[in-house]
Design a protein around this ligand. Sequence first.
Ligand SMILES: [Zn+2]
Length: 355
Amino acid sequence: MSVDYTDADRQVYESELKAFLPEKFLDAHVHVFDASCMVPGHSFPAKHVYQKVGGVFTLEQCFEWATALLPEQEFSLNCFGQPSCDADLEKAADYSGRIADNRRCFAMALVSPHDSAETVIRRVERNRLIGYKPYLDFVDWKAKRDITIHDMLPAAQMEAADERGLAVTLHIPRPGRLGDPVNQAQMVELCRRYPRAQIIFAHVGRAYYLSNAVGFLDGIAACPNAYVDTAMVNHEGVLEYAFRNFPKDRILFGSDAPIAFLRGKSVEINNQYAYLMAEDYAIGTSIYDADHAVTFTTFFYEQLRGIRLAAERAGLSRADIGNLFFYNAYRLFQAVAARNYGFGREHDGGNERDG
Ligand SMILES: [Zn+2]
């Protein structure tokens, strides 16, 4: 469907966000793919979140949404495909390579632990990608709850990332999330063992409620190559905790668009969380407001609201805010691209490669 943006959304932007937001955005966590990125004959189930955007989310669609939600800001992104077993990992990487210019659009490959290091590096390098993203679903030899970070990221892949200083966006496994002791140990091991790899822990380590965050950022905070992205975190307490307890120059704004473009809000409930949903799409632990008890705006705006409140409480400066939304990620991704491919190329929407 086309962009879903209402006068009420505009009102939120005008009254709560406009004055706070910086001019430049780099969304470090966006899922962008077209039909070629999925295996032939694939279709998403009826209540799948991608049905909201027509079953694909191309770069053009992404820019259309961004223009509506961020009408006065310059929007850039880091993207990867849809990490599931019906994605074609080679074709998804090729699509990413076609859209990435390493200036306004950075991109990552999807990888499975079954891929050899050579396969991963070929996938990344031929498309001038800045790194890769593993995912839980590709670990197919054990129960989901038993999956570890080391299962998701085999040593050979990580050695290759370390050699090249690539970025790796990691959605950590296990029901205990950031607070899980196995995760805690392996997150730090990963950063220490591969000090030149740049590890981005997505969703602030999936800590969507406060007790999962408090006390659990210290290990990775001490690792200079550890970053967090804020994708889908709208909890101002979690965000404030991160701003106060994690190096501010290693926090990257991320949204998880197009999921973030749905109408809903993540809420903490009794040391858990749920997605309160205005729309009947299945995303994790969701509670659908079928009776329309309240009027929602997008997760995206709720995330920006949460960041604003947290930034005020933690005393972030204008410079900190500019860094959070753009420069932290830009410096990181630009450095990876420069190290591996020289300078970025102008975006031409095509397949051109410069020297
Ligand atoms: Zn995501």
